[in-house]
Design a protein around this ligand. Structure first.
Ligand code: NI
Length: 251
């Protein structure tokens, strides 16, 4: 029924991943796209991919590692991209929330990975925080498609990304009382939306502040289906189809 297009699943955050996966399946989750975005977490998610049928992966270096990633790390990434169930590159992007001082390095790392996405013809999962304009300008230089993960921008920004061929990843933030995201989602056609949790972060209401998990997708889906005035199962069908068109789950 549901596809979680972006989350993290690490022993650092969950004591018993077997149990987490079992509960996800019971809650109607068909596929979980787990992101490995550091050298260590890439190795970890590749093991999860082998262990659980439901797990697919995207791998890539998050902008927070921009100061540490070297050419050899990019070569390592390339070696893994052809493997089974590796369905995309990410999360990659720009994050100026804590610092903009290494902007050039962040853009370098982002561009190197966009070139790899072009080369391997794989979709990208984009992380962009306080960096909308640079993200748009950088993406425009490459022929890539993908998801703007954890989208929480304005309607104008949403329309810009959609015009560039991107989908919007909508997660728990849409359920937050003070979030304006619901007003944006209301105006956006469902053909451009995919569901995500970004677990273990950003749990939806009524679990806000708790450890998130893909099983809470149903709360996000319920909230969006109410906004859109359709049933949860219709919403699940449309958003899962969007995800399946982007990611090759037969890989
Ligand atoms: Ni994430």
């Amino acid at each position: 029924m549901f596809i979680d297009t972006h989350c993290h699943l690490s022993r650092e955050d969950y004591d018993d991943i077997d149990k987490v996966i079992k509960e996800d399946i019971e809650a109607g989750v068909d596929k979980i796209v787990v992101s490995g975005c550091s050298r260590e977490s890439i190795d970890e998610v590749m093991k999860l991919r082998d262990k659980y049928d439901i797990v697919y992966v995207t791998i890539g270096y998050h902008p927070e590692y921009a100061d540490n990633v070297r050419e050899k790390d990019l070569d390592y990434l390339k070696r893994l991209l052809s493997e089974k169930k590796v369905v995309g590159i990410g999360e990659i992007g720009l994050d100026y929330h804590y610092t903009k001082e290494n902007r050039d390095k962040q853009i370098w790392l982002f561009e190197e990975q966009l070139k790899i996405a072009e080369e391997f013809n794989l979709p990208v999962v984009i992380h962009s925080r306080d960096a909308t304009q640079d993200t748009i300008n950088t993406l425009k230089k490459y022929r890539v498609k993908g998801i703007i993960h954890c989208f929480s921008g304005s309607l104008e920004t949403a329309k810009m990304y959609i015009s560039m061929g991107f989908l919007l990843g909508i997660g728990g933030v849409v359920t937050f009382k003070n979030s304006k995201l619901k007003d944006v989602v209301k105006e956006i056609s469902l053909e451009f939306i995919v569901l995500e949790t970004d677990s273990p972060y950003l749990a939806p209401v009524p679990y806000r502040g708790k450890v998130n998990s893909s099983k809470y997708l149903e709360y996000i889906a319920k909230f969006i289906s109410d906004i859109k005035n359709i049933s949860v199962s219709e919403l699940a069908e449309i958003t899962s189809k969007n995800a399946s068109c982007l990611f090759d789950f037969n890989k």
